[in-house]
Design a protein around this ligand. Structure first.
Ligand code: IMP
Ligand code: MG
Length: 214
């Protein structure tokens, strides 16, 4: 706490109740659902800074449009673009995997791009590159809008599960075939607010999914 030197500061200090043991910060109940933390918030913060430097090198002096896929990217995106020292415009595409569980289902577009990307450099941001189906579909759609080029950026890459021939130009972390949540990533729309990336306990999703349970 910043000490404010005022006439009454002594008085104010005395008014504070005697020191007590701070109550344990509530964990929001995630411990029973999350097996372990895979990537800490500090590790994410550090990696985002280096990722931003890599991106800056390629986008310097370009008319950049950052296109982010809703909803999983919101936290990653907010942290990433605050470290991106290039003039940019920001827009979103809404995509939703139709179907429960941890598998990519039928992809539906819930929000279309509004900004004009013709002739511009696009940085397509997603939370995780898994089978690659989402990215491949979105890329095909974006290409129709004739951008100058599209570069892809993901926080996480799960190369072991890839079904499409696609790689990310910038990837924060390469992870094994585990279903992870937190830092924007969800399971059934939950856990997005966890500040770290954690491994979801398989019993949470095993009834609805055939996802590898390692
Ligand atoms: P893909 O189409 O199979 O590459 O999957 C991409 C989308 O699936 C991501 O944008 C996520 O929404 C979701 N997804 C894939 N793997 C995970 C995971 O481990 N945790 C949470 N969501 C995931
Ligand atoms: Mg999702």
């Amino acid at each position: 706490m910043t000490a404010l030197k005022t006439k009454n500061s002594k008085l104010k200090t005395r008014a504070v109740p005697p020191r007590r043991v701070a109550p344990k910060r509530s964990e929001g109940g995630w411990r029973k659902d999350v097996e372990r933390i895979l990537i800490t918030d500090e590790q994410i913060a550090r990696r985002i800074k280096t990722l931003a430097r890599e991106i800056e090198k390629d986008f310097r002096g370009r008319e950049t449009v950052v296109v982010s896929l809703l909803n999983g990217t919101v936290i990653f995106l907010a942290d990433l673009i605050r470290h991106l020292n290039v003039p940019l415009r920001l827009d979103f595409i809404g995509v939703s995997s139709y179907g429960a569980g941890t598998e990519s289902g039928e992809l539906i577009f819930t929000k279309e791009l509004r900004l004009d990307v013709r002739g511009r450099d696009v940085l397509l941001v997603d939370d995780i590159l898994d089978t690659g189906k989402t990215m491949a579909r979105v890329m095909a759609r974006l290409k129709l809008l004739k951008p100058r080029r599209i570069k892809t950026c993901v926080l996480l890459d799960k190369p072991a599960r890839r079904l499409e021939k696609i790689t990310a130009d910038y990837a924060g972390f390469s992870i094994p075939d585990l279903f992870v949540v937190g830092y924007g990533l969800d399971y059934a729309e939950r856990y997005r607010n966890l500040p770290f990336v954690g491994v979801l306990r398989p019993h949470i999703y095993k009834e609805v999914s055939g996802h590898a349970k390692k």
